[in-house]
Design a protein around this ligand. Structure first.
Ligand code: SF4
Ligand SMILES: [Zn+2]
Ligand SMILES: [Zn+2]
Length: 305
C-alpha cells in the first residue's frame, strides 16, 4: 500500500505528471479543483442562467453532469438541463442513452432527447451504409454539434457544457497542428461570442482521461459499453496513441500542449473568425453553406466528398 502524499491514508491514484500519490478524498479534491478552475476561466456563470449539458451516458459526460449538479445545486440562479442525441447507431446508442437517462433521473435533472432521424431524416447507420469517402464519425461529429447548438440556443442556454477531457483537447489541438489548420485551431476558442452560437464550456478540460475514469468508477458513474461499431482507425486515434506514448516517456506533455495552445489563442487576431448564417439553413457557419448542409447534400445525392 502506497500512502497518500497529503494525508498518508492509502492512495488510489498516482499522478506521474505531479509525482503525487492521492487517497480518494484528496484525489476528488484535486479533480474538483481543476473543474472549478476551468469553469471560472470561462467567466460565464457569474450571473446565473441555464446550462445545457450534452449527455452520452459515457464516463465523461456522466462525470460532468454529476459534478455540475454538485457544484451548482445550491445556486438557485443556475438551472441544468441534459441534452441527449440519438444518432441512430443500432446495438450501441440505445444502451448508452439508457445510462444517461438513469443518471439524470437520480440527480433529478430534466433531459431533452434529440435525434438525427427526427432532425435530418437520416441515421448514422444509414450514412455508413452509403459508404462515402468521409467516415461516419465526420458526419456524426458535425451533425451532433449543429443539433446541440440549435437546441441549446432555442432553450435560451447561456452555455453548452460538453464532457471533453484533457486528452480530447490535447488531441484536437495536435490534430489541427498536424493538418496545418490554424483557422480551425482559432475557432476552438473564438475571442468574441459568435452570433447564433451558444458558448461552449468544457469543465473537464484540465482533467486527464485516466482521472475522469477513476472518478467515474469511484463514484459509481461508470457503465462499461461495447465500442461504437463505426469507430475506425483514424488520424485522431493515431494522434491519441502518439500523445499517450509521449506522456508515458515525458509526463506532463498533455498539459504542455494545452499551455502552448493557450498562448497561441492569445495571439489570435481580433475578428479572425466570424460566424455568418448559413445561406441554406440559417445556422451559424464559417462559410456560405455550413458543413452540415454540405454533408447532408452529399449523402442524400449518394455522392462522396
Ligand atoms: S465512433 Fe464515430 S460514429 Fe460512433 S458515436 Fe463516435 S463519432 Fe459517432
Ligand atoms: Zn489523502
Ligand atoms: Zn446549413
Amino acid at each position: 500500500m502506497i500512502p497518500c502524499d497529503k494525508c498518508s491514508t492509502p492512495s488510489i491514484a498516482y499522478q506521474r505528471y505531479s509525482g503525487m500519490h492521492l487517497c480518494s478524498r484528496h484525489f476528488e479534491e484535486d479533480v474538483l479543483r481543476k473543474i472549478r478552475e476551468s469553469i471560472r476561466e470561462y467567466r460565464l456563470l457569474g450571473h446565473g442562467g441555464l446550462i445545457a449539458v450534452a449527455l452520452s451516458g459515457g464516463k465523461d459526460s456522466s462525470t460532468l453532469l454529476y459534478v455540475l449538479e454538485r457544484l451548482f445545486s445550491r445556486r438557485p440562479d443556475i438551472e441544468i438541463v441534459g441534452l441527449t442525441v440519438n444518432e441512430g447507431i443500432s446495438g450501441y446508442r440505445t444502451e448508452t442513452l439508457g445510462a444517461a437517462e438513469r443518471l439524470a433521473r437520480e440527480l433529478e435533472i430534466p433531459i431533452i432527447p434529440l435525434s438525427f432521424h427526427e432532425e435530418f431524416d437520416l441515421t448514422i447507420d444509414e450514412i455508413a451504409a452509403r459508404k462515402t469517402t468521409q467516415s461516419p464519425c465526420t458526419f456524426c461529429g458535425v451533425l451532433r454539434k449543429t443539433l446541440l447548438n440549435r437546441a441549446a440556443r432555442e432553450m435560451g442556454a447561456m452555455a453548452l457544457a460538453t464532457g471533453h477531457n484533457l486528452d480530447d483537447e490535447a488531441q484536437t489541438v495536435m490534430l489541427n497542428y498536424l493538418r496545418g489548420d490554424i483557422d480551425r485551431l482559432f475557432r476552438l476558442m473564438p475571442r468574441r461570442p459568435q452570433p447564433g452560437m451558444v458558448p461552449r464550456i468544457k469543465p473537464l478540460r484540465k482533467v486527464p482521461e485516466r482521472e475522469v475514469a477513476i472518478f467515474a468508477i469511484t463514484h459509481d458513474l461508470f457503465t462499461p459499453f461495447k465500442s461504437c461499431p463505426h469507430i475506425l482507425r483514424s488520424m485522431r486515434l493515431e494522434t491519441k496513441e502518439m500523445i499517450n506514448d509521449l506522456e508515458d516517456r515525458h509526463p506532463g506533455t498533455k498539459y504542455s500542449i494545452m499551455r502552448g495552445f493557450a498562448r497561441i489563442i492569445d495571439l489570435q487576431p481580433e475578428g479572425s473568425f466570424k460566424a455568418v448564417p448559413c445561406e441554406r439553413c440559417g445556422e451559424p457557419s464559417g462559410e456560405g453553406i455550413c458543413q452540415t448542409c454540405q454533408l447532408l447534400d452529399l449523402v442524400k445525392k449518394g455522392q462522396s466528398l
